[in-house]
Design a protein around this ligand. Structure first.
Ligand SMILES: *Cc1c(COP(=O)(O)O)cnc(C)c1O
Length: 424
């Protein structure tokens, strides 16, 4: 199916029924699988035969969706997780042990920031946060002998910083370490980071991929491009005693990273998606290309409308010519960026609250990137655990409103904003 357009892949990839089989992905609501001989089950454990033995590790419904997402991102394999947080955590633990170090863009999702700055630190993994706009020379200063990876988001949530993926890939590869990109906001419809040098791509599928706010999930995609056998990743290139001496680079070839993530970390951590959620995720993926187009079109109109409004002090959307990241967006996100915009209202925090409470169509919810238009005040909600300095480092100011533009009719969205702004 390689020659198909991505729109077709959204619909057709992953599950191809044989004669007489269900047209739509079946839900294998089963934790376990029946076999005729113990010998065959032994081969499954040894990864010598293909098949399923326990849903914590793999399930046919989930497997179809993993194949679809791998195809959309241009990777060689993927593993779904129970949430985006689990995808970040597993992709990092797959490379870093206690005493290791990693470099991350400072402009990232609040939950990821906490994971890196607090929980990984407690586990003995140190993270240096860098300014995503810094020069390659500046960024190089953050790399140490024990640095195992570089991490960034294609479009940062919620600061909407557009990352120069090629710059980060150059930094990583110069130092023989991989680049992990969180591509949640762009989705593979608008950006495929592997084409720009990313080695591992992760997502919170809870956002646009599901797109309807019904199923929490995450995914890790392996490009298969990184050479793990360079002395820096003994976890991949020396025997895994917990898996009877398997050497992932030797035994799994290009799929070393994604196989280790599954048979070692998913086995031990168990952040497994439910088959039913994989079914819902697939339903979302089938219209991802249609929804992204409308999200981006609506968001562009809203951003331009707000930019001209005299009660608005600033608007941040990578599709605006005035935006600091406009040129990077043209390069990396030529189809459009995402449906999320942020802006500040004159009158600061109080005006922001009054405006949000006045909206009728757009609801206040702690979520973004689904079909319904919604608003959020990050400083008092998603990012409230961060200190003032951490907020500034993340690119969030107290008057910032994050708005996720849905796929409703644009005239209704604008009318709601108009009446909300008239209240202040
Ligand atoms: C939401 C989000 C996450 C975390 O995903 P969950 O599915 O909520 O665990 C990670 N990265 C980004 C960019 C996100 O927007």
């Amino acid at each position: 199916m390689d020659h198909y357009h991505i729109d077709t892949k959204c619909i057709q990839e992953g599950y191809q029924p044989k004669n007489g089989e269900s047209r739509v992905i079946p839900i294998y609501q089963s934790t376990t699988y029946k076999y005729e001989s113990s010998e065959h089950v032994g081969k499954l454990f040894d990864l010598e035969a293909e098949g399923f033995f326990y849903t914590r590790l793999a399930n046919p419904t989930v497997d179809y969706v993993e194949k679809k997402i791998a195809a959309l991102e241009g990777g060689i394999g993927a593993m779904c997780t129970s949430s985006g947080q689990a995808a970040s955590m597993i992709s990092i633990l797959n490379l870093c042990n206690e005493g290791d170090h990693m470099v991350s863009s400072a402009s990232i999702y609040g939950g990821t920031y906490n994971l890196f700055a607090v929980t990984l630190k407690k586990m003995g993994i140190e993270v240096t946060f860098v300014d995503p706009d810094a020069s390659l020379e500046e960024l190089q200063k953050a790399i140490k002998d024990n640095t195992k990876l570089v991490f960034a988001e294609t479009i940062a949530n919620p600061s909407l910083v557009v990352t120069d993926i090629e710059k980060f890939a150059t930094l990583a590869h110069k130092n023989q370490i991989p680049l992990i990109i969180d591509n949640t906001f762009a989705t593979p419809i608008n950006c495929r980071p592997i084409e720009f040098g990313a080695d591992i791509v992760i997502h919170s599928t809870s956002k646009y991929m599901d797109g309807h706010a019904v199923a929490l999930g995450g995914v890790i995609v392996d490009s298969g491009n990184f050479n793990w056998d360079n002395g820096k990743f003994p976890g991949l290139s020396t025997p895994d005693e917990s898996y009877h001496g398997m050497v992932y680079t030797r035994d799994c070839g290009k799929a070393a990273f994604i196989t280790k993530a599954r048979v070692q970390l998913m086995r031990d951590l168990g952040s497994t998606p439910a088959p039913n959620n994989a079914f819902l995720l697939n339903l979302g993926l089938e219209t991802l290309h249609l929804r992204m187009e409308r999200h981006c079109k609506n968001a562009q109109i809203v951003a331009e409308y707000l930019e001209k409004h005299d009660k608005i002090s600033w608007v941040n959307y990578p599709g605006l010519k005035s935006n600091k990241y406009y040129d990077l967006a043209q390069k990396y996100l030529s189809n459009g960026s995402c449906g999320v915009i942020s802006f500040g209202i004159k009158g600061g925090r109080d005006a922001a609250m009054k405006f949000m409470d006045s909206l009728k169509l757009a609801a206040i919810v702690v979520h973004v990137a689904d079909v319904r238009t919604c608003v959020l005040h990050p400083a008092s909600t998603t990012h409230r655990q961060l200190s003032d300095q951490q907020l500034i480092d993340c690119g969030i100011t107290p008057e910032l409103i994050r708005m996720s533009i849905g796929v409703e009719h644009i005239d209704d969205i604008i009318a709601d904003l108009e009446q909300g702004l008239a209240q202040i």
